[in-house]
Design a binder for this molecule. Sequence first.
Ligand code: FES
Ligand code: FES
Length: 155
Amino acid sequence: MNITLTVNGRAYGLDVEPRRVLGDVLREECGLTGTHLGCEQGVCGACTVVVDGGAVRSCLMLAVQCDGRSVRTVEGLAGPGGEPHPLQSAFSAEHALQCGFCTPGFLMLAAAALESDPAIAGDPERLRELLTSNLCRCTGYEPIRRAIVRAAVRP
Ligand code: FES
Ligand code: FES
């Protein structure tokens, strides 16, 4: 099936089987391997990307469902000159990653949340609830929480 995905502002004309999930197509057809696939069943959140402004699990969404839609991946976070996104700087400053496998998913989850609802960074309860969406097996969640608050305060 022929589809057009706009990923990080670039249009990709693709011929994909209807059964293929967005995460695989981003990695294998678009060459955007920053999106990581862990559980592939909607549990870990490592595969989180942003579709039309909302965070989605790219292992659960079919690529054909994204035809004509706008997708943002971790490769699209940095600025036009390659400068890190405030979340990327804050994750580094707060040591919010170790192996980094979960990091693209947390970054995209946080980017979508801060853009649609900046007040979430100042609401510990809702921020904690947001972070329960994704799993990290190295760092623990406190540095990740601090990094998101830091990015919101110093955009
Ligand atoms: S790989 Fe998608 S939720 Fe784990
Ligand atoms: S930094 Fe390793 S799983 Fe999160």
